[in-house]
Design a protein around this ligand. Structure first.
Ligand code: SF4
Length: 405
């Protein structure tokens, strides 16, 4: 099974979780120019960039020696809703057919049922997959907290790469009981925390302008698609804090409970299952993050309910829904947590991005003038450095106004 590289860390961890379930899951190689160009044969240009990048990566994998089409499956989540995302699994099936891959298995868990389809009622897999999401979020967050300050270039990435390997070894092991799996994951973070703390620094941590990153979930994590936005922010003297993947999972939980309440099922087996699921996920998250409490002090993620409350004056979540309302709330959460600016990374013509672009000036006005800027990506490189240079100046000005340096 090919698992799209939304972020390398997340895709590797999820693949490891799938392997623990007996599925031979791998992250496809990054598409070269040829595979990217080949996508033009199958799409019209009206599709969003994540669809094109995912297709290009799949084509790249198919052209590798030894690739067996008859045994391949493609991981392509879906969602009900007004934006184009709900169409892409079907489009992928159609394209695979055109590529001569008649019986292609496109595996499409959906956010509508909180991704139940990933493994039916197989609790073990669902918990392992959730742990993979939480662990990869935490590893990414730590990396971004240390990397801008390292004295030796590459030192933080080396620690992070070792940590990812160790996490995957735990996640892919089918023989571990869930309790032991959790303790081992937590152990990886204990060791990683200590190794990161030992990295020689050239500047004191936390002294750079802090830039929150929100946006469309694929583009904000897929560094090839966003022209390595985080590294560019770091090169321009900033530190990045990116909204987690797990935020979306918490959001689907909240939405499910809201829909049940609206259907008059506040006291129903469905609601009980949703509450238990939430409790179990919280328990696993706390277990994994326990060794990182000190490092993440002051960088805690606000609960999704809080984000939805923040976005209510601009995009009430009962009506707007999805990433647009989450991102608006997260911009405010980032401002409250001490960010000096927020960037929204979205694909060109993304429905969510178009809506939030109209809302952000109001949010900025209401929250002390914090700079909030949306960058659109369509696969054609833009002069990101020049635009970032201006943005970072605004962020430094805002930081000074807040008395932070
Ligand atoms: S969220 Fe945006 S980029 Fe993603 S499918 Fe919807 S419109 Fe396209």
């Amino acid at each position: 099974m090919l698992v799209p590289r939304m972020s390398t860390v997340g895709a590797e961890a999820l693949s490891a979780a799938l392997r623990s379930f007996g599925i031979d899951a791998v992250v496809p190689p990054r598409a070269g120019e040829r595979s990217m160009a080949m996508t033009g044969r199958f799409i019209t240009g009206e599709e969003c960039l994540p669809q094109r990048v995912t297709l290009a990566d799949f084509i790249e994998a198919m052209s590798e020696p030894g690739f067996d089409r008859d045994k391949a499956a493609y991981f392509m989540p879906t969602s009900a809703g007004p934006c184009r995302f709900g169409q892409y699994a079907n489009l992928m099936r159609k394209i695979l057919k055109e590529l001569g891959h008649e019986n292609a298995l496109v595996f499409s868990p959906t956010s509508t049922d909180q991704y139940e389809g990933i493994a039916g009622n197989v609790t073990r897999f669902k918990r392992t997959a959730w742990r993979a999401v939480v662990a990869s979020d935490a590893l990414r967050k730590m990396t971004y907290m240390y990397r801008p300050y390292e004295a030796e270039s590459g030192a933080t990435d080396r620690v992070a790469e070792d940590a990812l390997k160790s996490l995957c070894t735990v996640l892919e092991n089918p023989d571990l009981r869930l309790g032991r799996q959790l303790r081992l994951l937590s152990g990886v973070f204990e060791e990683t925390r200590d190794r990161m703390a030992g990295i020689a620094l050239k500047e004191q941590r936390g002294t750079r302008p802090l830039i929150g990153i929100v946006g469309e979930i694929f583009i904000r994590f897929n560094s090839e698609s966003n022209q390595h936005l985080v590294r560019r922010i770091e090169a321009q003297g900033g530190e990045a804090w990116i909204a987690d993947v797990s935020e979306w999972v918490w959001y689907t939980n909240t939405e499910r409970e809201r829909r049940l309440r609206e259907a008059g099922q506040s006291f129903s087996p469905g609601m009980a299952a949703a509450k238990i699921r939430r409790w179990v996920q919280k328990h696993d998250e706390e277990g994994i993050l326990a060794p990182l409490r000190g490092i993440f002090r002051g960088r805690e993620e606000e609960p999704v309910e809080k984000l939805l409350e923040y976005s209510r004056p601009y995009l009430p979540h009962e009506k707007a829904m999805g990433e647009m309302t989450l991102n608006t709330g997260k911009v405010i959460a980032f401002q409250k947590a001490g960010c000096d600016g927020v960037i929204d990374a979205s694909p060109f013509t993304c429905m969510n991005g178009i809506v939030t672009e109209a809302v952000y000036p109001h949010v900025s006005r209401d929250f002390g003038g914090i700079p909030v800027r949306i960058f659109y990506f369509d696969g054609v490189p833009i002069d990101l450095d020049s635009a970032l240079e201006i943005f970072m100046e605004l962020a430094r000005g805002y930081r000074r106004k807040q008395g932070r340096g």
